[in-house]
Structures are given as C-alpha cells and as structure tokens.
Design a protein around this ligand. Structure first.
Ligand code: HPA
Length: 278
C-alpha cells in the first residue's frame, strides 16, 4: 500500500496560511473552468494568491494559465475563485487535484460553483449550448476518496443521490426563463482524457445515459459533496458526438466555442450566485 500522506495536517496548514494572508473568509467558491475565465473580470479583487505561494498547493502545468486563488466581491457576494484547476490528465493524483476543494471546506466554504467544456451527445444539443449538470457518471480510473477516510473530512461511504443541488438547479432554470436563455440540462460523463472520444466511445457514453462528456469536474464535485458542500455545475457544449456522429475535434475548436458561450455562462453564474449565495 502507498505510504499515506497526512492529509489532515496538510489541509490545515494550507488553510491557516490562507486565513493569515486574506483574513475574513467567504462561504462561496467558484472553480473557473472553461467558459468562466472571464468571470474574474467581474470580481472586485481584494486579494490574489498565486498557487506557487500557497504551501502544499499543486502548481499548474498548462502554459499561459495563471494559477491563483482570488478573493473578492462578485456583485454583493464575497467569493473565492480558483483561476486554474488541476486536471487528472496532467498527471496529478486524485488527492492532489482535489486538494484545493479540501482546503475550501476547511476555510468554511459552503457552496461550490464549477464549469467545464464538454462534448455534447444528446441529439438536441448544439455547439455553444450551455448544459446544467443534473447528475454524473464517474468513469475516472481512480477515486478521490480511495484510501484512509478522515471522519473530520466526511463519511466513509457518502451518498451521491444529489451530487448537484436541486435547489440551485431550480434557481438557474428560473434565471434562464426570466432572461429567455436557452439552457439545457443533462448527465455529465467524466473520463480521464486526454484523448477525445472515438466514434464507438461517443455512442457508448450516449447509450449509457450521458448527455455530455468531459475530462474534469467529477473529482472536485465528489470531494465537495464528501465535505457537505452544495454544488452547482455547468458545461459549455463545444462539439457534438453521439449515436451516429463523432467530431474531428481539436482543442482550438473547444476553446473557440467556449469563448463564444462565455458571456451567457458568466451571466447565469453571476446571477445565480447573487440570488443564492450567502
Ligand atoms: N470529449 C471529452 N472532453 C471534451 C470534449 C469531448 O468531446 N469536448 C470538450 N471537452
């Protein structure tokens, strides 16, 4: 068995460092995944902590990605935002890639908002659509809760019957209705990547019950739920696979589609946080 790192000590020393530097802590956190990068421009920043300065924090491997924790006001809500996340496909272990979410819980975060890019499999979806995540299928090869369970962090066998908050989903539906926004809903299938799917894999994931497929989010959501946070997730549909089609998709196309959908994604998240966050 792997030598167990004492995660409790690491989490508390990281949290202590952040508290000392920042002072008062928010109750709401946002992981600025694809489609939400621009949300940072709506935050009036009180403090930004580069990941390199935070003890025990992983460091982003993706070039040109600024990795930092941001604290500030979004509308009238005080929030913390992760600019840059740690994907499993980059080589981090599950424990490393979800470490920031553990620290969030230790800091007193109660609600987590997260976004990603995903391939759409539901035949009603179009490129550029937004999909609220109502549920997920976890196909990652390693589980973030595998190994010693610390009761201080959560229970050994947590339920996942409401991984994504029904209350927040209902609110987001209301926002979309009020503003005439096309907002899809569905099941997110999470795979390790970094390859996009083969035609047979898109077909398989669709038949399995998936509406969209991507390479992130599920580990962080599991850890957030383990820690009792309320979670809301949204995908930008950047390409379309499914029963009879498989895209010849590239990272550039994904980025382009996400950039286009970004203003609406940002609007919904901001509005949702303003209506629901503490
Ligand atoms: N598959 C997996 N991850 C993705 C996709 C996809 O088609 N599009 C964006 N992220």
């Amino acid at each position: 068995m792997e030598q167990e790192i004492n995660w409790l000590d690491r989490i508390s020393s990281t949290a202590e460092y952040i508290r000392k530097r920042v002072g008062e802590m928010p109750r709401t956190a946002i992981i600025l995944g694809t489609g939400l990068g621009d949300l940072v421009n709506h935050i009036s920043v009180k403090m930004a902590l580069p990941y390199e300065e935070i003890p025990h924090f992983p460091v982003s491997t993706v070039e040109g990605h600024k990795g930092q924790l941001i604290f500030g006001r979004l509308g009238d809500k005080y929030v913390m935002a992760m600019q840059g996340r740690f994907h499993y496909y980059e080589g981090y272990s599950m424990k490393e890639s979800t470490f920031p979410v553990r620290v969030m819980k230790e800091l007193g975060i109660k609600m987590l908002f997260v976004s990603n890019a995903a391939g759409g499999m539901n035949p009603e979806f179009k490129v550029g659509d937004l999909m609220m995540i109502t549920d997920h299928v976890n196909l990652f090869p390693e589980h973030p809760l595998r190994g010693k369970n610390y009761p201080e962090l959560g229970e050994r066998f947590p339920a996942m019957n409401e991984a994504y908050s029904k209350r927040l989903i209902a609110k987001a539906r209301e926002i979309a209705r009020d503003h005439n926004i096309r907002l899809m809903e569905g099941v997110y299938v999470g795979t390790q990547g970094p390859t996009f799917e083969t035609p047979a894999e898109y077909r398989f994931f669709y038949r399995l019950g998936g509406d969209a497929v991507g390479m992130s989010t599920i580990p962080e959501v599991i850890v957030a739920r383990h820690g009792g946070m309320e979670v809301f997730g949204m995908s930008v549909i950047t390409d379309l696979g499914g029963e009879d089609i498989a895209p010849d998709v590239s990272h550039e196309e994904v980025q382009q589609a996400a950039t286009k959908a970004q203003p609406i994604m940002t609007f919904i998240m901001k509005e949702l946080i303003n209506r629901c966050a503490e």
